[in-house]
Design a binder for this molecule. Structure first.
Ligand code: URA
Length: 434
């Protein structure tokens, strides 16, 4: 079938066969399918959707466009988490070592932040010496030694996704659930996982802001992943406020290390992290629901997870005493100042996207993939929805470089906070799809 005949079938809402999908995706990588044809296909999918079978076929075709990692020599299950991205979302930094301490191997391939959400790799870039692009041998050695390694995407995994995503990005076709599903899962399948947990965010700081849309994405991801042979579950989690009390790269690393060592643990962050970890322990068969929760709590409380984090950082080129001397290593902004409440009341709502854009405005995030970022800046001691404040009380602290930056960061932060008479209740984990 010619590419134009294939596109016409989707345009006319006729079913696509798995081998035709595979040929089209292979053509996208070898150049026999043009970017214009890929764009037309993406737009036809945007309007006419795909069945679960078509989504599975697209996902597998994109996985097979590059290398698929093989971890069969490891003596335990291999699993990972994927988050749809949030603000103050440093869960990966804790989840990977907690799972490693439970006997799960976590070769985590993460991304950089774009827009209002932070990226896990940007957080690790604030640790001096830590490499997020090790060669394959070092990646494997780290996973074997620490049980986890958090690194960046390599060019040889799911290259069709990179090509198609770049086309979608400039043709208004990113917001398509079947295309998002295939994009996310092709990369996870190429990483050679046996189990996956999805953290699908919902609320004012999420990619999908309503519960209905988040659920549709989560259900698509879970059914397609399982259909492609990857045991997968999803939690839908609240992003109507930053998850950690810190937002900004080095600040979130500090928050994560404090969490692992038990120095400071944000409550909502702890609940989401442990729930995701327990779900993986359950999916991989290392424990029943009850046992899984006890196992992950023990991995954290015993210090075993902190130890795994330290081994991972050292193995990937960071300081071997990073946990003990984190303040000597992490970059710090020259100024820190409180942002205070302008009225008495209760924090009744947070425009979480606005808080994330405040970090970007400080220089801590990027709006174009090529932007460089300042790892030291951001907010910490962020208070959440439902907290009672009086005029002059601290809403957060801002870490900044210039007075102009402070004024702008304060303006954005105050604008993002609604102070009223009462606060809505947003369930922290409104749905589980397992
Ligand atoms: N994240 C991805 O990896 N792909 C998408 O299409 C959207 C979000």
């Amino acid at each position: 079938m010619l590419p134009q005949e294939f596109i016409a079938r989707k345009r006319d809402n006729l079913p696509l066969a798995a081998d035709d999908i595979a040929r089209f995706i292979a053509g996208l990588v070898d150049g026999s399918v043009s970017p214009a044809q890929a764009a037309a296909f993406a737009m036809a999918v945007y309007f006419n959707d795909m069945s679960v079978d078509e989504r599975v076929a697209l996902t597998l075709a994109m996985r097979d466009s590059g290398k698929v990692l093989d971890w069969s020599d490891l003596p335990g299950p291999v699993a990972d988490k994927h988050s749809t991205g949030g603000v103050g979302d440093n869960v990966s930094l804790m989840l990977a070592p907690i799972l490693a301490a439970c006997g799960v191997y976590v070769p985590m391939i993460s991304g950089r932040g774009l827009g209002h959400t932070g990226g896990t790799l940007d957080k690790f870039d604030s640790i001096p010496g830590y490499t997020t692009n090790p060669d394959n041998a070092l990646f494997r050695r780290t996973v074997e030694a620490a049980g986890c390694a958090i690194i960046g995407q390599t060019d040889d995994l799911a290259p069709a996704d990179r090509t198609l995503y770049a086309i979608r990005d400039v043709t208004a076709t990113v917001e398509s659930i079947p295309l998002i599903t295939a994009s996310i899962l092709s990369k996870k399948l190429a990483a050679g996982l046996q189990a996956l947990i999805l953290d699908v965010k919902t609320g004012s700081g999420a990619f999908m802001s309503t519960l209905e849309k988040s659920r549709a994405l989560a259900e698509s991801l879970v059914s397609v992943a399982n259909g492609a042979g990857l045991k997968t579950g999803a939690l839908i989690t609240d992003m109507n406020e930053p998850l950690a009390s810190a937002a900004g790269n080095a600040l979130e690393v500090r928050n994560a290390v404090d969490f692992l060592t038990g120095t400071h643990q944000d409550e909502r962050l702890k609940e989401v992290t442990l729930a995701l970890c327990a779900a993986i322990v359950e999916i991989t068969g290392l424990g029943t629901a009850g046992e899984a929760r006890a196992k992950v709590e023990q991995a954290l409380a015993s210090g075993a997870a902190a130890e795994r984090f330290a081994i991972m950082v050292g193995a990937l080129g960071g300081p071997t005493d990073f946990i003990e001397r984190m303040n000597d290593y992490l970059p710090a902004a020259p100024h820190v100042r409180d942002i205070t409440a302008e009225a008495d009341g209760i924090v009744s709502g947070i425009d979480t996207r606005g808080v994330g854009m405040g970090v970007v405005a400080l220089g801590g995030g990027r709006t174009r993939p090529t932007d460089s970022i300042d790892h030291a800046v951001g907010y910490d001691r962020i208070i959440g929805i439902g907290v009672k404040v009086e005029r002059g009380d601290t809403l957060a602290r801002v870490h900044f470089r210039s007075q102009d930056d402070f004024v702008e960061a304060q303006r954005r932060f105050r604008q993002a906070y609604a102070i009223g008479e009462s606060a809505p209740r947003h369930p922290l984990i409104p749905a589980r799809i397992m």
